[in-house]
Design a binder for this molecule. Structure first.
Ligand code: GLU
Length: 287
């Protein structure tokens, strides 16, 4: 009798296991988007067909856009945003190709189609909007000042008069520095990380740009530099896209809005720049 019942038990077990596997694969697996999920001919459909999203990003700003010297992984808040967008388009956050951008070449990269979008501490300005399209703001930074840890003389932007202040070409930081500290001697470089050694060695007196970038640079030199903490300009960051691509821009606005409300923005913030002390009240857009 026992021998006759065994195959039935085995069959029943197999049937149960099979249905479990079927349930798991239907409910658990991420359904990959197809190009048909997007309007025909749209940038989203083209990226989906290509299978990879190309993103212009900073490589030298820890916690925002940073290429890990050890493993080469790109980390930071902008990288997190890029991975969320890629996941929505292709189904996998791994389908991103990061390309380094600097303040001076972001518009050019978008115009020439080198990248699908720019996520690179990129402030929305009317001048830039004449050349590229912008999403709604996904982050608010503030222009601030980084000094040597022992420097107590520089307490705000007016104290920059007659000081050597390093910032980057093609940035709003350089423009605002000229406007707000006309007496400062501006030292203009390609990217802010070039300023750090000059500051620590005493060749310049301060670095001025967004607090997001300064907090990241500070994390590389703990104890030797200090954030003044007196922001003198608000910087709304947008995702840069090709000018006139309103379908892509509107799609990105929908995603940003979703991330602001579903906890993804908060998670990305907490895992990156929030850990360095950025204030979510200042940084998070409300809408
Ligand atoms: N967010 C400002 C800008 O877009 C300054 C930082 C930067 O250059 O990336 O110009």
């Amino acid at each position: 009798m026992k021998a006759g019942r065994t195959p039935l038990v085995v069959l029943a077990l197999l049937a149960a296991l099979t249905s479990l596997v079927v349930i798991a694969s239907c409910g658990g697996a991420v359904r990959r988007a197809t190009a048909a999920d997007f309007p025909p001919g749209s940038t989203m459909a083209r990226i989906r067909e290509r299978g990879v999203l190309t993103v212009g990003i900073k490589f030298d700003h820890p916690l925002f856009g940073f290429k890990d010297p050890a493993g080469g992984r790109i980390t930071g808040f902008d990288a997190e945003m890029a991975r969320l967008v890629a996941k929505d388009i292709t189904g996998s956050e791994r389908d991103v190709r990061f390309i380094e951008t600097m303040p001076r070449n972001r518009e050019q990269f978008i115009e020439q189609g080198t990248v699908d979008l720019v996520l690179a501490t990129y402030s929305i300005t009317p001048e830039r909007a004449a050349r590229v399209g912008f999403s709604d703001p996904y982050y608010y930074a503030g222009q601030d000042i980084l000094v040597r840890a022992g420097d107590r003389a520089i307490r705000n932007v007016t104290d920059l008069a007659d000081r050597k202040v390093c910032t980057a070409t093609g940035s709003t930081s350089a423009e605002r520095l000229r406007a707000r500290a006309p007496g400062a001697e501006a030292v203009i470089v390609n990217t802010y990380s070039e300023c750090v050694h000059a500051l620590v060695s005493g060749r310049i007196d301060a670095i001025s740009t967004d607090d997001t970038i300064l907090l990241g640079l500070m994390s590389l030199r703990p104890g030797s530099v200090r954030l003044v903490g007196k922001p003198f300009g608000r910087e709304p960051y947008g995702i840069g896209v090709r000018r006139g691509d309103t379908v892509f821009r509107d799609y990105l606005n929908g995603l940003i809005n979703r991330y602001l409300h579903d906890g993804q923005w908060d998670r990305a913030f907490r895992d990156t720049i929030g850990a360095a002390g950025a204030d979510p009240e200042q940084a998070k857009p409300s809408r």
